[in-house]
Design a protein around this ligand. Sequence first.
Ligand code: R5P
Length: 424
Amino acid sequence: MKYFNPVNLAVITCPGGEIFAAEVLSHLRAKYNHNRKQTVAELAKTYNITPDQAALQIDLINKMVIRRSSSHSGTSKTSDQRFLVPVKFTRFPNGEIKSEIEESIRGKDVYIFQDVENRYPVKFSGGMENNLSINDHLMTTFVTIDATRQAGAERITLVIPNYPYSRQHKAKGREGLSASRIGKIFESLGVNHIITLDIHSRDIMNAFNKMRLENLHASYQIIQTLSQMDGILNDDFVVVSPDTGAVDRNKFYASALKKPLALLYKERDYSKINKDASQNNISQIRLLGNVKDKTVFMADDILGTGGTLIKGMRLLKENGAKRIICAISLPLFSGNAIAHFDEAYNEGLFYRIIGTNAVYQEEVIKRQWYVDVNISRLFAHVISRLHQNQSVSGFLDNAGIINRLLSKTMAAEPQNELPFTQEQ
Ligand code: R5P
């Protein structure tokens, strides 16, 4: 019988993560509704009763289970609110933030959603709207985790597709190890589990003691999007890594698509820090490989100012690339990045940028050159499996489903042994 009534599953959203959480929740609710329908049909068949009678029995048992659960608040929720815990967020005049959990979550398995790069106005109590910086969002996350722990949650999972400060994962000279330190803070506040997307470096988790990190990949949804782009995968196609740090990621795409791999190698001058893509700190960039007359695909984890990609695309064009498509798991579009991409598109530097909905964006998704890819279903699947203490490994390595997708769309022979795996 399918599991359909997770009475202990609770979702809390920080203001920045509300939109992504709503998408994931709609998949979760649809999944449990589907499971319920299947269970009703199964029971009706087994006991030779009508589906209505079976549904009545199920509702009766559910009511008994919920009444027994000490954490139930007693209020009945509409289907739109199912799993969602009301939280009051207050922003004080001096900028401090307070989170208050407004119903009992004692003993619950709580999933806290946050999008620290959400630059759009978010709502606080009293209808107040504020734009928060990444550090404000981070502080909101800290106080919300703490409130959740103080309220007696049994297990806390932080759903944070964009892991904050992930690019500060190694210390050179007198720098800090900020990415790992933030993880340590999450851990000390009581987070048991983090679910994130294409994290910049898995080394970040080496600093954690008990907290687990599940690193999901957007590769399946990205390849699916590519396969729907007008025969593009049948072009003379080459995968290019935009820098040495992205080689493994792009090697995965090259093996999955069975296409050659080339590499851009860049030198950075770290004395220059700029918000502007046109003036970033790359001092030299070289191409290893051949892109002449080819369709080029580049994947990167993060698009910040966009400087990395724009410089790379310009060099690829100078080397004869026919058309360029980039895929970004975490499209931040910081500073004037959107305007620079508008210019680059008008200049003919690229064909499409594919980005996921893991970072909330309102402007860029309206651009003709931008393709928005929804990855919320993947998060819903992983949450439902973690909640039931089931294995999630099938969702960490997309090689199998990509192979099946491509054997249909590219008319290639399905392979018994996969020649590639995705780092988990
Ligand atoms: C760097 O190693 C990352 O993978 C990205 O390439 C980088 O963060 C992108 O930043 P920007 O768009 O500002 O060049």
